[in-house]
Design a binder for this molecule. Structure first.
Ligand code: 4AD
Ligand code: MG
Length: 434
């Protein structure tokens, strides 16, 4: 039936110049003079101007269009015309319309609104060009992550969301009841990826992760999506090479496929164009010195705050790896540096322009005795980690992995002030609606 109507999508409209087509969508905006309505119609793939003159659409349809409100659903039919002056370069000379529903008065007008108001109407806010641009870039980032890994010998292995044990410390766990036992929403799929890496060599998971983090910053969400590659027989340095190739690939894919969206966001892409390997590498200890030169006095063992990461990243023109953090500041599974057990073989990748850590990763402990000791030192219940310890008993090998936070990466690539717009329905401190 759609074919009969020559139903097309706005993103394909350039192929139909001179033809009669139908577009099914919603009214984004309308301007009227006595004899002509100019409708901006959106269908999810784009926006197009549809022009309805009284003589072409007839008296009845013309009157009907007078009452069509913002976000009313409608089908417009007419002939496609190329016109440089029209937004997008094409317009539809209408000869017919079918109004599906007249929308009630729409809360989001085309004027400015405060962020709290827009978040309350996130389900409607998603209909605007800026949100379209961000969601398309997000989808492109995810597609690029997946194609990079799929094409480089990594097997997708899904990690569970309900878990019996913590991965990233017990202070940020969302707890739930599992038929009388405690279970937790996954903070990271890493531990399961380590099992998968021992089974398949190179693997990754991609899924939602949860942190009950009582931090109200522009970089934190309670629920975010993470890509977590894990590799057997790979040590820290090789893992960093893979990370910089992967990030470069993602940025280039977005630059080549989502120029229009970057323009919608008015993103200055100079710094994105500079992204290419190798990324600089500094140690945690060198980072302390840089901070000191910039007036920030931290002691060995302190973790970096958002402001500290911004200072560090601003010293470089591309993302920078900070390696070898103090053992006591990091997770239980991290392998100590054989040359200095005070630090671990880990690295955070800090994005330029104040976006902070986009990747955290490192080499894992492969010795069963040391791992057991660490679990105890961190006061974690050993029973819940027995399976994880098994991995070190049955053919243990050096292995490394990392976790890339999709929303942080998207926030940086899009140049957003706050991470909230990178998620279609962000879970934030004190906000779980809609
Ligand atoms: O540094 P994190 O905590 O590392 C891990 O979870 C490891 N187990 C990953 C691994 O090695 N497989 O988190 C990794 C990344 C961060 O670099 C950041 O990009 C993102 O996840 N992230 C968050 N993004 C948004 N909101 C939060 N609350 C985040 N916490 C971490
Ligand atoms: Mg981290």
């Amino acid at each position: 039936m759609y074919e009969q109507m020559n139903q097309v999508y706005i993103e394909d409209i350039s192929k139909y110049v001179g033809e009669r087509v139908t577009i099914s969508g919603w009214l984004y905006n309308k301007r009227s003079s006595g004899k002509i309505h100019f409708l901006i119609v959106r269908d999810g793939t784009g926006f197009v101007q549809a022009v309805a003159s009284k003589s072409d659409v007839g008296e009845e349809a013309f009157e009907l269009l007078k009452g069509v409100t913002q976000e009313s659903s409608l089908r417009v039919s007419g002939t496609v015309r190329a016109d440089e002056r029209a937004p997008g370069g094409f317009e539809l000379l209408m000869d017919g319309v079918e109004v599906v529903q007249i929308a009630r008065e729409y809360p989001i007008s085309l004027k400015e609104h405060g962020v709290d108001f827009l978040m309350q109407y996130r389900h409607l806010w998603l209909r605007t060009p800026r949100q379209h641009a961000i969601m398309r870039i997000r989808a492109e980032v995810i597609a690029a992550c997946r194609s990079f890994l799929d094409n480089n010998g990594f097997l997708l292995i899904d990690a569970p969301v309900l878990t019996p044990a913590a991965c990233e410390g017990t202070t940020t766990l969302f707890e739930t009841d599992y038929f009388g036992d405690k279970a937790y929403m996954s903070q990271s799929g890493q531990l399961y990826m380590e099992a998968a890496a021992m089974a398949f060599g190179r693997v990754y998971c991609f899924g939602p992760t949860f942190r009950a983090e009582k931090s109200k910053t522009r970089r934190h969400l309670m629920e975010f999506w993470m890509v977590e590659p894990e590799m057997a027989y790979v040590e820290l340095d090789e893992s960093l090479c893979i990370q910089e190739q992967m990030v470069t690939y993602i940025v280039r894919q977005v630059l080549s496929k989502r120029q229009r969206e970057l323009q919608t966001l008015e993103r200055n892409t100079d710094i994105l164009e500079k992204v290419s390997p190798p990324f600089p590498r500094i140690t945690y200890t060198e980072a302390l010195d840089i901070l000191k030169q910039n007036g920030v006095e931290l002691e060995f063992g302190d973790d970096f705050g958002g402001g500290d990461e911004t200072i560090l990243a601003s010293q470089f023109d591309r993302p920078v790896f900070v390696t070898r953090y103090p053992t006591k500041a990091k997770a239980f599974y991290m392998k100590p540096d054989p040359d200095n057990p005070e630090v671990v073989l880990c690295a955070d990748l800090l994005a330029p322009e104040g976006y902070g850590e986009i990747i955290g990763g490192g080499q894992r402990i492969d010795d069963p005795e040391l791992l057991r000791r660490r679990i105890e030192e961190h006061n974690l219940p050993i029973e819940a980690y027995q399976w994880y310890l098994d991995l070190r008993e049955y053919g243990s090998v050096p292995h490394s992995g990392f976790g890339l936070g999709i929303e942080r990466l998207v926030a940086w690539i899009c140049g957003l002030d706050h991470i909230r717009e990178t998620s279609p329905f962000p879970r934030m401190l004190y906000r779980i609606y809609p």
